[in-house]
Design a protein around this ligand. Structure first.
Ligand code: BG6
Length: 512
């Protein structure tokens, strides 16, 4: 299938979508194609790539999942999902062209027939194109199927293709413990080479997360102070106002630490703490991130109580609506000990960061949705102002906001106009929305494109995912062994007061 790009030519050079980088003709197979992630994120992302002309000139899609349906019924379902969840209203012509040749294979992922049918579809697309097309297998199923699918792809000779590349894109969660992650890596790498594997952490596809590196390594201003001599503490927040919605089945087995800290938040920490890579290349960047993760002082059963706090949301009010507590959510056992809030204090034991606390916190049903990194500098060594003028002097704080109101803000002390020397903090701001007048692509657009291009820079490597687990595993096992009930926080608030005990000195959490 060939899709004509609909890309509008921007008059303003600051308005640009995804660059049209060369992508080899590809057939993408989505396992779990009727699932929530495929409907909300993957299919709309594929549509938006088509809309921008960013898909390869020849692109084919095969969906696979348990539900029994025809190719046409799947195409209709996919079109509905795209109309409902795409970030732009779909152009019906592009949508029709995109889904014109879609195939669908139904069955359970352990059935040989599924892979035989997929192979028939893949070969037919190759024949139509008159060349071997690259193949990308996207595993968007429940995690227990990952090893099964990977094993079946191997058993059916689908992991390599003469004259073309084969890639496997694997969703999170990558294991639920360190042992499971190791076992899964072992299974995956027994049939694929590491360079064929793309482990998803969708935060890496976010423009604002990539901007942390641009901000640090493209400006001479910040790097000289980016160390233990000038930085007092780093606070990383990923707060959500939403509850668990209809995901009780997944969430109650996961909890906040596995769901966000083990992956997204540790990636944010790596972006703040890593050394500059020599080149912006997949393995160089990932080498630097792995070094950071290995330098984090590992929690132990003895230290968990000191460095980690967990809690659950109780009933409360969010956005003016009364909402139930976690234990009252549909599908959650009334005696569940799963945390919906986790806060931890980590230390990175290396030359740059020794002694600087990194505070990480995340939670569902907090006051609002905000993802940010707050870097607080040390106070100035001496204040020459009179007592009352000094009151407003605060240490500088640099806030990198991932979402919403994406941007960077630096707090500075400034003189209040008037005859006296009085100081007050003011903000210097950069906002994405006003500097680049375009809507950022969704993380999944970038990631699907990069996986098809074979660029693994924004994907987690095998040793990286295990290093992340090495940090979280001791906390997860300690918490699992501890009796409940968990401390509760009122929905729609700042989270549990208990989290304050992690902070050192007179530090306090930033308001959410
Ligand atoms: C997912 C988690 O990985 O990230 C969800 O499973 C969470 O529970 C989501 O809501 C947050 O992503 P974002 O992009 O909305 O910050």
């Amino acid at each position: 299938m060939t899709i004509q790009p609909l890309h509008e030519t921007p008059d303003n050079p600051l308005i640009a979508g995804l660059e049209r980088l060369p992508v080899h003709p590809t057939t993408l197979v989505i396992f779990g194609a009727t699932g929530d992630l495929a409907r909300r994120k993957l299919l709309p992302a594929i549509y938006n790539l088509a809309h921008e002309g960013a898909l390869p000139e020849r692109f084919n899609l095969i969906g696979s999942s348990r539900s029994d349906m025809s190719d046409e019924a799947f195409a209709t379902q996919a079109a509905e999902a795209i109309r409902q969840f795409s970030r732009r209203e779909p152009d019906e012509t592009v949508l029709k062209e995109l889904l014109a040749n879609v195939r669908y294979v139904s069955g359970t992922f352990d059935q040989d027939g599924v892979y035989d049918h997929i192979k028939v579809g893949l070969d037919a697309f190759d024949e139509q194109a008159g060349q071997p097309l690259n193949r990308a297998f996207y595993l968007s199923t429940a995690p227990e199927f990952f090893p099964i699918i990977v094993g079946q792809l191997g058993a059916h000779g689908l992991t390599h293709h003469d004259g073309a590349e084969v890639r496997a894109v694997i969703e999170k969660p990558f294991g639920t413990t360190l042992a499971e992650a190791r076992e899964l890596n072992h299974r995956v790498l027994s049939v694929f080479d590491e360079k064929q594997v793309f482990r998803i952490d969708h935060y890496l596809g976010k423009e604002t997360v990539q901007n942390v590196m641009a901000f640090r390594f493209a400006n001479g201003l910040f790097e000289p102070v980016w160390n233990r001599n000038y930085i007092d503490r780093v606070e990383i927040t990923a707060a959500e106002d939403l509850g668990i919605g209809t995901r009780a089945g997944y969430y109650d087995n996961a909890g906040a630490l596995r769901d966000l800290v083990q992956n997204h938040m540790l990636q944010l920490l790596c972006h703040v703490a890593m050394e500059p890579p020599v080149h912006f290349e997949a393995d160089e960047i990932r080498d630097e991130k792995v070094k950071v993760l290995r330098s984090v002082i590992k929690p132990t059963a003895d230290t968990v109580d000191d460095i980690a706090v967990r809690a659950q949301y109780g009933p409360g009010t969010v956005g003016g609506d009364s909402v139930p507590g976690y234990l009252q959510e549909e599908g959650v056992p009334p005696d569940s000990n799963t945390e919906t809030y986790a806060a931890i204090r980590l230390e990175i034991d290396n030359w740059r960061w020794a002694g600087v606390p990194f505070y990480l916190r995340t939670g569902k049903r907090l006051a609002r949705k905000v993802t940010e990194i707050a870097i607080t500098l040390k106070p100035v060594p001496h204040l020459a102002f009179q007592q009352d003028g000094s009151v407003g002097v605060r240490p500088n704080q640099l806030i990198l906001t991932m979402q919403p109101n994406e941007g960077v803000s630096l707090s500075l002390g400034a003189k209040i106009p008037g005859s006296r020397m009085r100081i007050r903090p003011v903000n210097m701001e950069f906002l994405y929305g006003t500097s680049f007048m375009s809507q950022s692509p969704e993380a999944y657009e970038r990631l699907i494109l990069d996986a098809m291009r074979g660029d693994a820079t924004l994907f987690t490597r095998n040793d990286e995912v295990e290093a992340q687990w090495e940090i979280c595993d001791p906390i997860v096992s300690k918490w699992e062994a501890m009796p409940g009930p968990l401390p509760q926080y009122e929905a729609g608030t700042q989270g549990p007061a208990e989290a304050d005990r992690l902070l050192e000195g007179d530090a306090h959490w930033r308001a959410i």
